[in-house]
Write a protein that binds this ligand. Structure first.
Ligand code: ZN
Length: 104
């Protein structure tokens, strides 16, 4: 790759990426378990930098039943790969709610 010419500083690019993530963040999710509403304050963005085809991943913690509902946005392939990865890494997602509510 040649020299990238003034595409903005590293900070500016990170800022733009964060802004894009925030723009993609759902304002509300519906709990997979109980159908309750999960508001934005209970929705946590996940890092998708190393996930080709995935634009956005988030997990919402249901205030009623405490189960986690995942939200993905991206290509069909990207979302399918991410779903499979999460299912294999976290077969017991409900039991590991804490891991996702803690800021990483
Ligand atoms: Zn629920």
């Amino acid at each position: 790759m040649g020299q990238a010419k003034s595409r903005g500083s590293r900070e500016q690019r990170i800022e733009a990426a964060v802004a894009l993530q925030e723009a993609l963040k759902p304002t509300e999710m519906i709990c997979n378990e109980c159908g309750g509403a999960i508001s934005g304050g209970d929705i946590y963005m996940q890092n998708t930098r190393n996930m080709p085809g995935v634009d956005m991943a988030c997990s919402g913690v249901c205030p009623q039943c405490k189960s986690v509902t995942w939200g993905f946005k991206g290509t069909e392939q990207g979302v399918a790969a991410l779903s499979a990865a999460i299912a294999s890494e976290h077969p017991d997602v409900i039991g590991s709610v804490q891991a996702y509510t803690n800021k990483s």
